[in-house]
Design a protein around this ligand. Sequence first.
Ligand code: HEC
Length: 129
Amino acid sequence: MRIPAPGLTRWLVGLPALLLLGLLSWEACAKQEAAVPVEFQKGEAKFRANCVRCHGERAVGTTQGPPLAHKIYEPNHHGDAAFQRAAANGVRAHHWQFGDMPKIEGVTSEDVEQIVAYVRWLQRQAGIM
Ligand code: HEC
C-alpha cells in the first residue's frame, strides 16, 4: 500500500474536521437570538422606553411584571386591544402576583401599535403563535 505523504494525511484528516467545526459553530450561531427585523425596531425602542422595566428585555418578564412573550398573551387570548387598554388604563392584577400595572403616561395608541407588532414578533420567535 502506498503511504500518503504526511502533508496529505494532515489534509485528509484536517479538512473534514475543519468543515465539521465550521458547521457546529454555524449551528451555534443560528440558535442564538435572532436580530430584531428593521420593521419592529421602532416598537422595540418604545417597548424598551416604556415597558421593559417590568416586562423585561425581549418581554421575558422581570420581578415586576409578567412575560408578554407568553402563551396567555397570544392574540386569541389578549388581542391588540388588550395592549391598548393596558397602556391607557393600567391593569388590575388578575393573572399573576406582581400587583397592578399602572397606566403608562406618554405613550400614544400608535406607539402601542408598534410595541404590539414587536411583541407579536417575539411571540412568533418563541413559537407561541
Ligand atoms: C410598572 C410595571 C409595568 C410597566 C411599566 C408595564 N407593565 Fe404591563 N403589566 C404589569 C403587570 C404587573 C401586569 C400583570 C397584571 C396581572 O396580574 O394580570 C401587566 C400586564 C400587562 C398586559 C396584560 C393585560 C391584560 O389584559 O391582562 C399587557 C398587554 C401589558 N401589561 C402591556 C404593557 C405594555 C405595552 C407596557 C408598556 C407600554 C407595559 N405593559 C408596561 C406591569 C407593568
